[in-house]
Each structure stands twice: as C-alpha cells, then as structure tokens.
Design a protein around this ligand. Structure first.
Ligand code: SF4
Length: 379
C-alpha cells in the first residue's frame, strides 16, 4: 500500500538502525519524548526501541486525547445522561474510561442510559435529526486534528436550524501542553525527567503546520522533528534528532513532508477560528490546570454549547488510588512503574485512562508485551 509498505521495509530499518548507531555519542544519553500516542504504539508494535542503542530512550508524552481528559469531565458527561436525559454521543474509547466511583459511560449505558458510540460528528448530527424531541450532545475530545470536524458540525447545525444538538467541548492544544511539560519542575528544576528532544505529532501538525513549535524549540533549546507514524518515519526522526543534538542545534525539522507543511491546513485553521476561541485554563489529567491549552465555543455559537445549555459545572475529581497515569502522561514514570500494571489493571479491566485508550502508553506496553523483555541498559 502506498505510503505504508514503503515505510515498513525491514532492510531500510536495518540501515537506519546502523546509521543511528554510527551517529550516537556513547558518552551521552538521548531522551526523546514522543508527544503522540500514535508514535508510542508504532515504537512498541514494531519493536523500534529494540533497534536503538542503549543510550537512546523514548519517553512517552501526553498526546492521547482520551488519556488526558480529567475524571471530572467524564463525570459531567455522565451527569448529562442521568440528570438531563440527553442522548450522549462520543467515540468508542471514551466509553470505558473510569469516572468517579469506578463508574464509566459504558456502565451508565448498561444501566439504561442513552449513550451512543459514533464514528464521526456526522453520526451525531444524524442522531439529532432523527430524534427531534430529544437533546443530543456530542462529547467532543481531541487535539487539533479532531477540532475542524467539530467546527463543521456546529456550522451545519446552525445552517439547518437544529435546536436539539450541542457540543460538550473538550478540545485541547498541543503546543501549550509541550510548553507546560518543559516548564514543569520535574524537567526544569529537579531535573528528574531529562527530555532532550521531541517528536512532533504528525496528524496534529498536518492541521497546525510546523510553525507553532518554533517558539519553544528556540526558547527551551529542544529540537523538534515532526514525525510520521510508520516505523521508518520514527527511526528517521530519531536520526534527525540525534544529529541536531550532536551539533548543538535546536530547530524544528519536518520528517513528515508528505503531509505536513510549515503553514498547515489554513482552511481548517480558519474554520476552527470561526467557531472556537481559547480557554483561559483547562485541566489536563497529569498536567493539572494548563493556561490557554484548550478551546471553548465562541459566544456567537453559544446556543450549541452544551456547557452553556446545561450549565455544566467545573467538577474536580480524584484519580483512582494507585494509578500512575498523571506521572506517565508527564513522562515522569513508565507504565511498568505502576504497581497495578498487569495485576489489577489490564485492557479488560482498566483502572486508568492510559490502559483504556488504543493510544495509551499502558495499553501499548501491555498489548505488545514489551514489558516482559529486559530494559535496555543505559549508557
Ligand atoms: S497500569 Fe492502569 S492503573 Fe497503572 S497507570 Fe496505567 S492505567 Fe493507571
């Protein structure tokens, strides 16, 4: 398949692994954060870590939209179903994420709540058209990749005069999260988490372009390489990051040139700007309150804003005791550092969001069984 098979070639992977081995300085370490869960899964699925020298380590970041949604927002969604009797539509991964008191949307559905799994905002709009007497809420999550379809849905709802459709907006922004990690005490002051460079997310960057990363590459002196999701993309990006670090450069480079440009998809950016604006602050699981890191619906579209329509409160909620998702999402711990990993927490019985989501780091460790192998030795 074009753009897939050619980026999975075994022979090229071996050549890239050799080039990386030649390039590394054995006297230092390279801790590279893959922001996006798609990269985490590519690394584990294809065994990319096994091809790396011992001093090249991948640190998993918070780029899984399901994983970073705080418990309180899922509690809010459950409240909409149980107290407001809405039809709640959302993507499948979210259904099993634990809410407060070991509850979840799938348990609410099993108890008779009207929770529906959809594949797109268009499915949710169709449900609203078919149920004019019921309020339909789309629980919208995701980074810059999923925001344009949400904007389109609200514009369609307005054009059609749909009065029973609204959106519970939980869209978050990638550059603000990366900046927050770089400013965190663990990275800056304590130094317990060393992050030397970043893989920029591929799908997100296809929308926002590579330009938004330029500020913090320079400000925090960390190189960024926008990387595709195939194993050779990841390995080529490792090589590019190592070269930058060896040469003392802190630039934004683009490995994923078949999709990403510096300016990104300007039509999608305009659409988003018409419907959404920045929130002053938003709570991320793992990162806490992060200023200007999420979007809210503009006043002009407030009749389609579920937060306004149902007066949804801010609900602080506690994580499951013992779950290390917050530290894992900050890159401070690995899934195997969690005492619950594989003991009481598995994909069949997830205790935290990182085990639920197909992009979560705990799910990646478990699904591909890499945790059973000895850790690579540090240089
Ligand atoms: S293994 Fe389960 S409980 Fe532990 S951090 Fe991951 S999701 Fe949370």
């Amino acid at each position: 398949m074009k753009y897939v098979d050619e980026f999975r070639q075994h022979k090229l992977a071996k050549q890239l692994a050799a080039a990386i081995r030649d390039e590394v300085d054995t006297g230092r370490s390279y801790h590279l954060m893959e922001f996006c869960g798609g990269h985490t899964h590519a690394i584990f699925r294809y065994g990319v870590q096994d091809l790396m020298p011992g001093n090249v380590r991948f640190i998993h970041g918070p780029g899984c939209p399901v994983c970073v949604l705080p418990v309180g927002r899922i509690d809010n969604a459950i409240h909409l179903v149980e107290a407001e009797d809405v039809i709640l539509c959302t993507y499948g991964d979210l259904l099993r994420v634990p809410a407060s008191g070991r509850n979840s949307l799938i348990k609410v559905k099993a108890a008779g709540g009207d929770v529906r799994m959809v594949y797109s905002t268009q499915d949710a709009l169709n449900i609203a058209r078919e149920n004019p007497a019921r309020q339909v809420v789309f629980l919208a999550i995701g980074f810059e990749t999923t925001t344009p379809p949400s904007a389109v849905a609200l514009q369609q709802a307005r054009r059609e005069g749909l009065k029973n459709f609204s959106l519970f907006c939980n869209h978050v922004l990638t550059p603000a999260a990366i900046q927050n990690i770089l400013e965190s005490p663990e990275v800056r002051e304590i130094g317990s988490v060393a992050i030397h460079g970043f893989f920029g997310p591929s799908h997100v960057s296809s929308v926002i372009g590579s330009r938004p990363y330029e500020f913090f590459a320079e400000e925090f002196q960390r190189p960024v390489v926008i990387a595709g999701f195939e194993p050779l993309d990841v390995m080529q990006s490792v090589l590019m990051l190592i070269r930058q670090l060896n040469q003392g450069r802190y630039e934004v480079e683009n490995e994923y040139t078949r999709v990403v440009t510096r300016e990104g998809n300007q039509k999608a950016q305009r659409l988003v700007a018409e419907v959404f604006e920045l929130r002053r602050s938003f709570e991320w699981r793992g990162l806490g309150l992060v200023p200007y890191s999420a979007l809210k619906i503009k006043a002009d579209y407030q009749e389609y804003d579920a937060e306004q329509r149902f007066q949804i409160p801010v609900s602080p909620a506690k994580e499951v005791k013992g779950c290390e998702c917050p530290a894992i999402l900050r890159g401070a711990k690995r899934p195997t550092d969690c005492k619950l990993f594989g003991v009481v927490c598995t994909p069949d019985n997830p205790m935290g969001s990182c085990m639920v989501s197909s992009e979560g780091a705990c799910a990646a460790y478990w699904s591909y069984g890499r945790f059973r192998q000895p850790e690579a030795k540090s240089a």
